[in-house]
Every structure is written in structure tokens, then in C-alpha cells.
Design a protein. Structure first.
Length: 212
């Protein structure tokens, strides 16, 4: 019997024959592969730095093909930023305590802990020159990684201004940079990064006698 005959014999009310499933082209995205790539990139950034980082070396260490990396990230800059983003633990909101100095110290300590309690600090150090010189990295670093801590500093400073603990003329952007900047300076050039240092930074910027 021909195919045309069989189609005619089924009648108008017959259920349609389902089409065979067609497998999608390409390999499925693998969470295991993603994890291996990110871990390999993190290790190599710490070992050799950003300038000497090569995606073929990442691929070899992660035991994937270079094409597998390029299907997920278009450049080593994109991959490095994602590594930083993963390592940057969520920046916890500083609860309002009524004590502006204590809140500012808590912000500084949270920034310090972020840099000293994980590989985030060493990876930042590895890509810092690129952050400064390459807008493709620097702009995304500021937008993706620094957004939360900058916003939290601003919230704490605004609360201090409302209380009268800080001058009403305080520049929020400058205050944020002056509080966080010394921490990153020590990360690069050396020096203790601990609570005592955070307290000294706060006292230097915002004297204990309050608003002027």
C-alpha cells in the first residue's frame, strides 16, 4: 500500500502522526564545564596574572576545548570579570544603628573582608592594571563588582548627614572613593588590612567630633 493510500484510509478524524523529535545541534551547555573553566581561570590569574593569561591554557587546565570557552565568553576580559563577579560575595547591607562612625567602620571592614577572606583579593590584584587601562574591563568591574559596596557607602553617609554627624555638604562620590580607595591601595602596595586599619581610615576622613 502506498503512503498516499494509507493517508486516505485513515479518514478525516484520525489523530495526526507526531513528527519525530529532532535533536538540537551542538552540545548542551554543561554546568560542570562552566565551573571547571571559571576555576581554571581563577587559578591562572593568581599564578600568572592577566597579561599572561591565555584562553588555550584555561582550556587545557579545565579539560575543555577552546571552542567551549568561546561559546560562553567572547574574550578573556569577559571571563575574568565573571570570575571576579563570582568571587565577590554579596555585599551585606549595614544595619542602621544610630552610630555613624560604627556604621562606616562596618562598611570598611566589609570591604576588607571581601578582599582578604577569599581569592577575590588576589584576583583583583592580578587584573588591576587591566582595570585601570582597559575600559572594557574597568567599566564592567565598576558596574558589576563595585556597584553594591559603593551604594552601601552612600547609604551610610546619607544617614550620617541626616543625623548631623557628617557635614551636609559631604560629596557622596568623593566620600565613597576616600573610604574604599585606601583599602585597595593597601591591597596593591602592601600593608595590614584589618579592622584597625578600617577604623583609622574612618577617623581620618570623618573625625569623631562630627559635623563641621
Amino acid at each position: 500500500m502506498s503512503l498516499d493510500s494509507r493517508a486516505t484510509d485513515t479518514g478525516a478524524d484520525a489523530a495526526p502522526v507526531p513528527l519525530p523529535m529532532v535533536a538540537p545541534r551542538g552540545r548542551p551547555r554543561s554546568e560542570n564545564a562552566n565551573r571547571a573553566i571559571l576555576e581554571a581561570c581563577r587559578e591562572l590569574l593568581i599564578e600568572v596574572g592577566f597579561a599572561r593569561l591565555r584562553l588555550e591554557h584555561v582550556a587545557a587546565r579545565a579539560r575543555v576545548s577552546k571552542a567551549t570557552i568561546y561559546r560562553r565568553w567572547h574574550s578573556k576580559e569577559e571571563l575574568a570579570i565573571e570570575v571576579l563577579h563570582e568571587l565577590a560575595a554579596p555585599f551585606l547591607a549595614i544595619p542602621e544603628s544610630g552610630d555613624t562612625r560604627a556604621e562606616l567602620v562596618a562598611v570598611a571592614q566589609a570591604c576588607i573582608a571581601r578582599l582578604t577572606d577569599s581569592d577575590f583579593g588576589p584576583v583583583v590584584r592580578a587584573v588591576l592594571c587591566e582595570i585601570a587601562a582597559n575600559p572594557a574591563v574597568g567599566d564592567r568591574f565598576r558596574a558589576v563588582v563595585m556597584h553594591d559596596p559603593r551604594d552601601e557607602v552612600r547609604r551610610v553617609v546619607v544617614r550620617g548627614m541626616v543625623r548631623g554627624d557628617l557635614p551636609a555638604s559631604t560629596d557622596l562620590d568623593v566620600a565613597t572613593e576616600l573610604l574604599i580607595g585606601p583599602i585597595y591601595f593597601r591591597l596593591v602596595f602592601g600593608g595590614a588590612l584589618d579592622r584597625e586599619f578600617g577604623e583609622k581610615v574612618v577617623d581620618a576622613l570623618f573625625p569623631r567630633n562630627g559635623a563641621r
